[in-house]
Design a protein around this ligand. Sequence first.
Ligand SMILES: Nc1ncnc2c1ncn2[C@@H]1O[C@H](COP(=O)(O)OP(=O)(O)O)[C@@H](O)[C@H]1O
Ligand SMILES: Nc1nc2c(ncn2[C@H]2C[C@H](O)[C@@H](COP(=O)(O)O)O2)c(=O)[nH]1
Length: 257
Amino acid sequence: SWLWKVRICSDETLNCFAFRLKICGGHPDFRLVCIEGNIASGKTTFLEYFSKTSNIEVLTEPVSKWRDVQGHNPLSLMYQDPERWGMTLQTYVQLTMLDRHLTPMVSSASVRMMERSIFSAKYIFVENLSRSGKMPAVDYAILSEWFDWITTNISIPVDLIVYLQTSPQTCHDRLKQRCREEEKVIPLVRRKVPRLDTFTAFKYLDSIHQLHEDWLIKQTSFPLPAPVLVIPADHDRQEMQNQYEENRDKIIAACFT
Ligand SMILES: Nc1ncnc2c1ncn2[C@@H]1O[C@H](COP(=O)(O)OP(=O)(O)O)[C@@H](O)[C@H]1O
Ligand SMILES: Nc1nc2c(ncn2[C@H]2C[C@H](O)[C@@H](COP(=O)(O)O)O2)c(=O)[nH]1
């Protein structure tokens, strides 16, 4: 029996055990709040504000990984040719968002705020590529099987979704202001051209907006992994900080009910 005890305590067994625990969802000792919203709706700004709170740990979207994976930029490739590169980007988004969900806390905080989720990657962005005819059915089917396997076999607890609800016009204006390199291929003016642009910004932002509304407000499209707290986010910076403060206690309380 001592040999069995030695085997149980051997490193590879413990590592394997820890891995299984991680995959099978050992109960995390923190609450997770996913901050959802359209492109340029103010999620990063929201997280920057709450990152100053001692009891909250913040995880932003791994956009830097999508812009540089071993020297490749799948985000840029997708914007330039979504039919060819949509699957490539979404496969990597799904991997990196799963990694985000499973990343252990690095602090003693009891609440983690995470920018978006593996759920919005699938229910918003993959769905948008598919519905706009920019993702072949076979790609959509394979991504969906991957997503279903992951969410069936791996525990991915979410305690609250905060939805920063904006109008597409507000996001359009802020996107121009931010001016991210890869997004420059999105024509930021409503162009009247005979053929449809790959990404006519306003149409793109409006589609992404509608998918958020269907999922988080009307609740007619996909299941919700957690309750939703809606924060109107079209206001200016100062008013948004007031909104953040007015909702701070509500956010924390919702995590522990
Ligand atoms: N309330 C606001 N009013 C005006 N500009 C804002 C506001 N919140 C954020 N911004 C600006 O809009 C752009 C997008 O904000 P960001 O927080 O990066 O959005 P997201 O993370 O949702 O893409 C940034 O340039 C940011 O400085
Ligand atoms: N095709 C996808 N694009 C995505 C996804 N998640 C984010 N994004 C894009 C949208 C923006 O260009 C950029 C960062 O998003 P912000 O909302 O922070 O501006 O990445 C996705 O799953 N698929």
